[in-house]
Design a protein around this ligand. Structure first.
Ligand code: PMT
Length: 221
């Protein structure tokens, strides 16, 4: 990417999975390793931005960024992101935030007595949509992880959540989640670009380049 393309700007990145407690020892989560989000945070810092990384639990070492905030649940991530979003120029939502969480976490470990156990899940708050709805919203980049109709769902997210850009990736067996390589189809109002398969480090650099280009184009309007 172009060195210094984000100099003077601040970038807030979310990364990794969230964990939604069922009881003190169990949780619901997903396969996000944090690799994509950490690569995006590193690339933004290398491009000259002041970077804040809000991360769910991962096995990775935190990258050298201005602020690293470790969170656990979707609700924690919502608080951490919303407390900081308006003071950043760009928000990149790479995290795989749980869409549903148990309506409550049992205070004690659930015992193995009943033959069947029903968990009631409730929708979590959408962090990306909340950031994009801020009156002084940062340039807001969402991710879209899809197993079908990548473009259709990605464009629907762009419009429904009032985003500035969506980076969409195919997910499923051996794709995106946990992998070292990835590919992105990036959409913004009136445009698109294919970022072909590369290591997440290289791909993150290309995405940061594109964000800098589109951010500059928006600022120039
Ligand atoms: O971490 P890795 O193993 O490297 O894998 C990378 C990745 C596949 C997780 C990443 O590239 C990716 O696609 N991240 C988004 C995963 C996701 O949850 O996608 P989604 O289509 O369900 O969500 C769309 C967007 O809404 C995302 O920007 C997500 O951060 C955001 N969201 C979702 C739910 C919610 N409650 N709040 C949100 O902000």
């Amino acid at each position: 990417f172009r060195p210094g393309c984000l100099a003077g700007l601040s970038v807030l990145v979310s990364a990794g999975p969230t964990r939604e407690a069922i009881d003190p020892v169990r949780f619901l989560s997903n396969r996000s390793s944090g690799k994509m989000g950490y690569a995006v945070a590193r690339a933004a810092a290398a491009a000259g931005a002041r970077v804040t990384l809000v991360s769910g639990p991962t096995a990775l070492s935190p990258p050298a960024v201005a602020e690293f905030v470790a969170v656990e649940s979707a609700a924690d991530m919502y608080q951490a992101v919303m407390a900081r979003a308006a003071s950043h120029d760009i928000y990149i939502g790479t995290a795989a935030v749980a869409d549903y969480a148990p309506e409550y976490a049992a205070a004690g470990k659930i015992k193995k007595t009943a033959g069947e156990l029903t968990l009631t899940l409730r929708k979590t708050r959408d962090i990306l949509a909340a950031v994009a709805a801020l009156p002084d919203k940062p340039y807001t980049v969402g991710f879209a992880a899809e197993t079908d109709d990548l473009e259709g769902y990605a464009r629907a997210k762009l419009a429904a959540k009032n985003l500035d850009m969506v980076a969409a990736n195919w997910v499923g067996e051996g794709k995106a989640f946990e992998q070292d390589d990835n590919a992105l189809e990036v959409f913004w109002p009136g445009g698109r670009r294919t970022l072909p398969t590369a290591s997440k480090a290289v791909l993150a650099g290309r995405l940061i380049d594109l964000i800098a280009e589109r951010y500059g184009a928006r600022a120039a309007v």
